[in-house]
Write a protein of this length. Structure first.
Length: 171
């Protein structure tokens, strides 16, 4: 990885975590849908990033969010799960021999691929996040409903951000 990609990702990390902590932390629709757009940072990490580094970045990102949200490892576990699903999805769908694109963005990979990728990673993150947050089986239906609505809201905002900031690649 060159230094430009590292600087862009550090700036992206600060911006997305700042938006999450300062703006979106208290944004909730009827306590059912809360957007977690910080996961876009983990989704857009470059293809060539080693798996161990991905796990360390996810752990640090989750730990930072846990410090601001006053949760004990809930975001950390969710971020590490997201990276696990990301690694599995990319290893199945993208050939490791020839990475034509530097990062798995909407403009580089196309709408269909990125939507499925973001959907799987988002819902894996949200299932772990909300099940660990509730930690009760008596409220399972409410927890799954929160997971569904928050996942849809997060997915919508992630794809909207991708459409706003990333141009489609000329094919």
């Amino acid at each position: 990885m060159n230094s430009r990609i590292i600087v862009v990702n550090i700036i992206r990390w600060f911006i997305l975590l700042s938006i999450q902590v300062l703006l979106l932390r208290n944004l909730s629709f009827y306590d059912l849908a809360t957007p977690f757009t910080y996961i876009l940072f983990l989704l857009l990490l470059p293809f060539g990033t080693p798996n161990l580094l991905l796990y360390l970045i996810a752990f640090g990102t989750g730990l930072t969010l846990d410090a601001f949200y006053d949760t004990l490892g809930v975001h950390t576990a969710a971020c590490v799960t997201l990276v696990f699903v990301r690694i599995l999805f990319i290893s199945v769908t993208v050939s490791r021999d020839n990475f034509d694109e530097p990062e798995p963005s909407l403009g580089n990979m196309g709408f269909k691929w990125f939507s499925l990728y973001a959907l799987l990673c988002t819902f894996a993150h949200h299932i772990v996040l909300f099940l660990l947050e509730a930690f009760k089986l008596t409220e399972l239906s409410y927890t799954l409903l929160r997971c569904l609505f928050s996942g849809i809201f997060t997915l919508f905002t992630v794809i909207l951000i991708e459409f706003i900031f990333y141009n489609r690649k000329m094919r």
